[in-house]
Ligand binder design. Structure first.
Ligand SMILES: Cc1cc2nc3c(=O)[nH]c(=O)nc-3n(C[C@H](O)[C@H](O)[C@H](O)COP(=O)(O)OP(=O)(O)OC[C@H]3O[C@@H](n4cnc5c(N)ncnc54)[C@H](O)[C@@H]3O)c2cc1C
Ligand code: FES
Ligand code: FES
Length: 495
């Protein structure tokens, strides 16, 4: 077993900050970045609104080294981020944006645009709003209205109104990405490299907590086999709520957010291979051209901040009945590969999901990757999410569908997956069997809709009544039918 360290290091205000949790009584490993910043001098601009990832008042930016060796600037919800997750990264708060030149304060172009366009009133949302705009300014200069709206979808303002904020973003982004951060990037990368030189695992130990950070899969699996009770966290967008909302103590955690071995996207003639540690945002970016059916649902997954935190593995391991990933992966016939110190095993996602928030994961296993086979026979595949509002909302019902049609319009194979219709996301096996071999015609689909009403017995809750869920499921099938017909007609017109 390698030696371990008991501190984390990150960059704040241009310097490396070293936090030793055994010596600092005011912080614990599960202290959120929000609470930490609110407790120190000079960084209290960050605000708490909801404490659960919905409002964006707590947005900060974290810069880390990307695959091309440059700095990537990610807006994140600091209310969901545990302090050790900053290890080896640069933390940027609202106080870091403006520059002091002698007696003069030079606002960052994003701040200046907010002032010029009257984009702030009470100011409570403004630091978070500005930091979301700052990450857009750095990553997507010349961003257009759609990208701006998407980037700001995780920031709520209850007084200014969004028009002036959107105008400010448009003006600011037309000037990016050069600013005083650009000049300092080499120095920051040097500091990041010096932190990452040491790849010994970190073990933060206090009287009440053990927080382990491995940097290799080997270290992770060794530690997990000796501590099967320890809880894995990846993006913590699900787990953090257990502390912030339910006041649970999380005494024994393994943080896999630094594990680059799990962050890969590969494609060959047979399929797509997604590492469990890739973020939903990375998957969204990749799927835009390569897998549009996946992109459609990832585009309305949480907010920009949540998608940067949330991982693919975390989504599947929660086995939530309203997960946005599971229905499309069921329909795409995805397999999931698990790894432990004893080796690897692969099973179909359908076998992995066992019930309401239950999976086949053993105590010493972790999810390594997801494999989606390529299937040339599929005529059309798509996914649809229905929620009470478009952005930052959990699905009432989401449906994924794929169909293989023969030349004479017969259904050779159809796969239908739903979230929000049962205790677990699952396929509509009875309706699929009914449709298989039938003609692809409206009256057949209408019969199948009736069957769907009886196949599932959804529950009523705050999001939707049982009856509306049943109606939605049927209507989504009809929508898919119409979309397939439109798609096949346009394809035929092209040919
Ligand atoms: C405001 C908000 C909006 C959200 N919106 C959506 C949405 O639109 N759609 C949606 O589907 N979900 C949504 N979620 C839920 C959540 O973000 C996702 O489920 C996310 O993908 C979880 O990933 P994570 O890495 O943050 O998981 P974590 O919180 O780190 O972990 C979740 C679970 O997965 C386990 N785990 C993580 N990685 C692995 C691994 N590699 N191997 C084994 N176990 C692992 C952990 O032990 C834990 O049990 C939202 C959450 C919030 C707070
Ligand atoms: S405080 Fe609302 S998103 Fe963090
Ligand atoms: S300016 Fe008041 S909440 Fe946005």
């Amino acid at each position: 077993m390698k030696t371990t360290r008991n501190c984390v290091e990150f960059i704040l205000d241009g310097k490396i900050l070293r936090l030793n949790f055994a010596e600092e009584s005011a912080i614990k490993p599960t202290t959120t970045v929000l609470n930490y910043l609110r407790s120190i001098h000079g960084h209290k601009g960050v605000k708490e609104g909801c404490g659960e990832g919905d409002c964006g008042a707590c947005t900060i930016v974290v810069a880390e080294e990307g695959i091309r060796g440059n700095l990537e600037y990610k807006a994140l919800n600091s209310c969901l981020l545990f302090l050790p997750m900053l290890h080896g990264k640069q933390l940027i708060t609202i106080e870091n944006l403006a520059q002091k030149k002698g007696q003069e304060i030079l606002l960052h172009p994003v701040q200046q645009a907010i002032v010029d366009e009257y984009g702030s009133q009470c100011g409570y949302c403004t630091p978070g709003m500005v930091l979301s705009m700052f990450s857009l300014y750095k990553n997507s200069p010349h961003a257009q209205e759609d990208s701006i709206k998407l980037a700001l979808s995780g920031n709520l303002c209850r007084c200014t109104g969004y028009k002036s904020i959107l105008n400010a973003a448009k003006i600011a982004c037309s000037k990016g990405p050069e600013d005083h951060f650009t000049n300092g990037e080499d120095a920051v990368l040097e500091l990041i490299h010096s932190i990452h030189k040491n790849t010994d695992p970190i073990l933060l130990q206090t009287d009440d907590y053990q927080y382990y950070i491995p940097f290799t899969t080997e270290d992770l699996l060794h530690y997990k086999s000796g501590h099967p009770e320890a809880l894995i966290i990846a993006g913590a967008s699900d787990i953090a709520l257990r502390q912030t909302k339910k006041n649970e103590l999380l005494p024994n955690l393994i943080d896999i957010s630094q594990l680059n071995d799990l962050k890969f996207i590969q494609e060959d003639h047979a399929g797509f291979y997604f590492g469990a540690g890739i973020s939903i945002e990375e998957l969204r970016d990749f799927s835009e051209d390569r897998y549009p059916a996946l992109f459609n649902v990832l585009n309305v997954f949480g907010s920009h901040q949540i998608r940067h935190l949330a991982t693919l593995g975390g989504n599947l391991a929660t086995a939530s009945p309203i997960s946005d990933m599971i229905p499309i992966l069921l329909v795409a016939d995805a397999s999931i590969r698990l790894i432990s110190i004893h080796g690897q095993r692969e099973l179909k996602l359908e076998e992995f999901i066992k019930g309401y928030r239950q999976t086949d994961l053993k105590a010493d296993e972790i999810i390594l990757m997801v494999r989606i086979p390529k299937n040339e026979r599929i005529t059309f595949i798509n996914t649809y999410k229905v929620s009470r509002r478009k952005d930052v909302d959990i699905s009432c019902v989401n449906g994924a569908f794929s169909v293989e049609l023969s030349r004479n319009n017969r259904i050779d194979d159809i796969r239908i997956g739903f979230g929000g219709m049962a205790a677990q996301a699952k396929r509509a096996a009875i309706t699929e069997a009914f449709l298989s071999g039938k003609q692809w015609e409206r009256n057949v689909i209408e019969e199948a809709m009736q069957l769907l009403y009886t196949e599932f017995q959804p529950i009523s809750d705050a999001r939707a009544k049982a009856e509306s869920r049943s109606i939605l499921a049927g209507n989504l099938l009809m929508k898919f039918f119409l979309d397939v017909n439109y798609y096949t007609k346009t394809q035929a017109d092209v040919i």
